[in-house]
Ligand binder design. Structure first.
Ligand code: HEM
Length: 197
């Protein structure tokens, strides 16, 4: 999503020297994301840079936000934790065979991806913080492309973000009129965790 927002010019297209206020302005304009939600992730992102700003490439640093078992990227153990990985994404997206993605479906897709990653990576690890952010990432795509209460994200829009790194405005996506709150996202995390048990 950060790449998508930069590709639309809400963040510097060169991906350099991004501050927390830059993120808040960008995610408010592009997604109407609560500044508290942007801050939750943005503060972590700053740790990958110099604590005041970061470059998008810094986000590859393993163990800050970047973690094993991503939905569309390989684990750092295999060398490239950055590039979109078609094989991994195809396995995750095979669950998305309806026009919308429910909380239950998103939970299963995430859980199976983590299990598959753990099965092939002898160095696989996921800290408590990584686990929480992995749930937050799934909650984010469900709430931005669906509803912060019930998920049900539009499958086509989710695929466009992952596969083309752009916002699906041409396909009917519009910036939410209501703030997508941090509290709502954390509520969705709890629902995803319950659906994963
Ligand atoms: C402050 C803003 C944000 C920052 C700095 C940020 C950064 C990151 C980073 C570093 C990752 C990689 C984690 C990994 O899988 O190893 C990630 C993953 C992800 N982010 Fe964000 N993010 C932000 C906001 C958002 C928003 C608003 C969305 C809404 C859709 C989003 C959706 C995702 C998703 C779905 C993933 C998982 C990708 C995958 O597993 O392949 N992010 N984010």
């Amino acid at each position: 999503m950060v790449n998508s927002v930069a590709n639309h010019g809400y963040l510097p297209r060169n991906g350099l020297n991004i501050s927390l206020p830059d993120l808040i302005v960008a995610f408010t304009a592009a997604l109407n994301l609560d500044p508290a939600a942007t801050t939750l992730v943005g503060n972590k992102a700053l740790l990958s840079g110099n604590n005041v700003t970061f470059d998008l490439d810094n986000l590859n640093k393993h163990g800050i936000l970047e973690h094993d078992g991503s939905l569309s990227r390989n684990d750092v153990y295999f060398g490239d934790n950055h590039s979109f990985n078609e094989t991994i994404w195809t396995s995750v997206a095979s669950h998305f065979n309806q026009s919308t993605i429910s909380i239950a479906t998103a939970a299963i897709a995430r859980k199976e991806r983590l299990q598959a990653a753990a099965a092939v990576n002898p160095a696989f690890s996921l800290s408590a913080s990584d686990t929480q952010f992995s749930f937050i990432e799934t909650a984010l795509y469900l709430s931005i492309f669906g509803s912060v209460e019930d998920g049900n994200a539009v499958t086509e829009w989710v695929k466009i973000m992952f596969e083309q790194e752009r916002l699906p405005f041409q396909e009917g996506f519009t910036t939410s009129e209501e703030v997508v709150t941090a509290a709502g996202i954390l509520g969705l995390v709890a629902k995803l965790a319950a659906a994963s048990a």
